[in-house]
Design a protein around this ligand. Structure first.
Ligand code: ADP
Ligand code: ZN
Length: 520
């Protein structure tokens, strides 16, 4: 930062006050702004709400020429446009939804615009490139820059075509912005957009007021009712399908008497908008939704975000749970997962082209490591985003009550071996019976009582089978077959050979045992 020697950052602070009305930079905004004012490119990775827009809007008002902002969503652009204009910044959009193209282009040519927002598909057209030669360009801001990476969760091919435009104006600094980019996505963005390594500014992913908890799902409605009783105030419950959204919403409303509404893409647009508006206005409503819900809603007092089922990735989890506690008051993020979630997700990998399959598998493995860790969840999350957090946070389930970790290598070998010897086509229930030596018609009929693995697990070891099977499914050593049976996958051969040890987390025992088997 060139604060001591002076000029640019001092002037920037004055502009921060006079144009935006803020007293100080937040987080690492100043670093980004200072690089841009120095004519250098940057990639700013900061969570939603950190104030990314300011890092290009402020230089745009200070630098000679127009800042071109590439942004994927028209609605988002129009929001930005309104807020920029409210600060007295001269801004315009060039989208299919605008009627004032000619005026906008004239204003640009006359050098009257500080900010010009365009969609990537427009920015990559030759006519746009020609237009840009007509007036000085101050800066290229590339919003939602993770869209440039196939590894990112929202790849958009148009983003890949931006490079020739940027290179045509190679003296103009580039500022890429995103809220969600793990290490590999960040690397990709830097390379694809030609931003040097030292331009990476990464900041502030910790949400200290959110208490993270990951727990096995045995009876989702009962678990959610308990959560609602422990944690009053507005909440969001993410469920995987429309049907489950409807079902859970109805049951929660009936059991708690609290206002609970569903939200998913299958509802009439009018109903959807009304439910969303009711949620935003309410102080005690719970909304049960598919992941379509939450993009761009601004409700600071959400007290909990619950997941029934696994999110798509750690990034998705971070983003979805990040909707809790924006006001800074205590809030909770609870994930209720089941082994079936991983089994299904891993089964879907089979239909994907190879590259995508490998990426998705790596994402699931990382998610499994968050779920299976006996250590601090926050530390896992923050390390995933490239930060170097303390070992414990004191505000996640594992820090608050450290779980018991057991070596389960031998039991894992027995379990995998039973799956193998029964022909990799039976579900967990059958395998469990074989291992614990219980006989039924199917076991006799198939001669599974004659196998060497029959009855080799007893006593306390038997209690380990269920959590172990979940853990092995989470990490892909057991995978589901088309017909719901279990088969060997991933590390299974190495585990069988004793090359890889298996440790599992023993979940704390619950007192009440209601709702068994209802793990939908
Ligand atoms: P992001 O794009 O990172 O999600 P925004 O740019 O929308 O975040 O900013 C989030 C909010 O923070 C906005 O209301 C913005 O006005 C405010 N903000 C940004 N920078 C500052 C600052 N330095 N001081 C106070 N408020 C700020
Ligand atoms: Zn912790």
């Amino acid at each position: 930062l060139r604060d001591a020697s002076g000029a640019p950052l001092e002037t920037a602070r004055a502009t921060l006050r006079s144009v935006f009305g803020f007293d100080a930079f937040r987080g690492r905004q100043a670093e980004v702004v200072s690089r841009i004012l120095d004519g250098q490119s940057a990639l700013a990775v900061m969570p939603t709400g950190a104030g990314k827009s300011l890092t290009y809007q402020l230089p745009a008002t200070m630098l000679e020429g127009t800042c071109i902002v590439i942004s994927p969503l028209i609605a988002l652009m129009h929001d930005q446009l309104r807020s920029a204009r409210a600060n007295g910044i001269s801004a315009a959009t060039l989208t299919s939804a605008d009627a004032d193209w000619r005026e906008t282009m004239d204003a640009f040519r006359a050098g009257e615009l500080d900010l010009l927002y365009v969609a990537p598909e427009r920015a990559t057209q030759p006519q746009f490139c020609d237009l840009l030669t007509a007036a000085p360009i101050a800066l290229f801001a590339i919003d939602e820059a993770h869209c440039v990476s196939e590894w990112g969760h929202d790849f958009r091919p148009d983003y890949r075509q931006l490079r020739p435009l940027l290179d045509r104006f190679d003296q103009v600094p580039r500022l890429a912005l995103t809220a969600t980019a793990d290490r590999r996505t960040r690397q990709d963005i830097l390379e694809q957009l030609g931003i040097p390594q030292e331009g990476l500014v990464l900041a502030g992913f910790d949400r200290p007021n959110i208490r993270y908890q990951v727990t096995h799902r045995d009876s989702p409605v009962r678990q959610l009712v308990d959560l609602m009783n422990e944690q009053p105030g507005p909440g969001i419950v993410y469920a995987p399908t429309r049907r489950k959204v409807e079902d859970i919403a109805a049951k929660l409303a009936a059991e708690t008497g609290r206002p609970v509404l569903p939200y998913h893409a299958g509802l009439e647009p009018g109903v959807r908008a009304a439910n969303q508006a009711a949620f935003v206005a309410s102080e005690d409503m719970v909304i049960v939704a598919t992941i379509a819900f939450g993009m761009g809603i601004d409700k600071p007092d959400v007290r909990f975000v619950a997941h029934v089922g696994i999110p798509k990735s750690i990034e998705a989890y971070y983003q979805e749970t990040g909707r809790a506690g924006r006001d800074g008051d205590p809030a909770r993020a609870v994930m209720y997962w089941g082994a079936g979630d991983f089994a299904q997700a891993r089964q879907r990998l089979g239909d994907m082209p190879e590259q995508r399959r490998n990426d998705e598998r790596a994402r699931l493995d990382m998610l499994a490591s968050l779920i299976e860790t006996p250590h601090c969840r926050r530390a896992v999350l923050l390390r995933h985003f490239g930060e170097d957090p303390p070992k414990t946070c004191g505000n996640c389930d594992n820090c608050l009550s450290p779980p018991e970790v057991t070596d389960a290598t031998e039991t894992a070998r027995k379990l995998l071996s039973a799956v193998y010897r029964t022909g990799q086509s039976f579900g967990f229930g059958h395998i469990q019976k074989v291992l614990t030596g219980s006989v039924d018609d199917r076991i006799e009929g198939r001669g599974h009582d004659q196998l060497s693995v029959f009855g080799i697990v007893a006593g306390e070891e038997a209690a380990m089978l269920q959590p172990l099977s979940r853990a092995l499914q989470a990490r892909g050593a057991l995978v589901a077959t088309e017909h719901g049976g279990l088969a060997l996958g991933g590390e299974a051969p190495a585990i069988l050979k004793g090359e890889i040890p298996v440790e599992i987390v023993i979940p704390p025992k619950r007192s009440k045992g209601r709702g068994r088997g209802n793990s939908a």
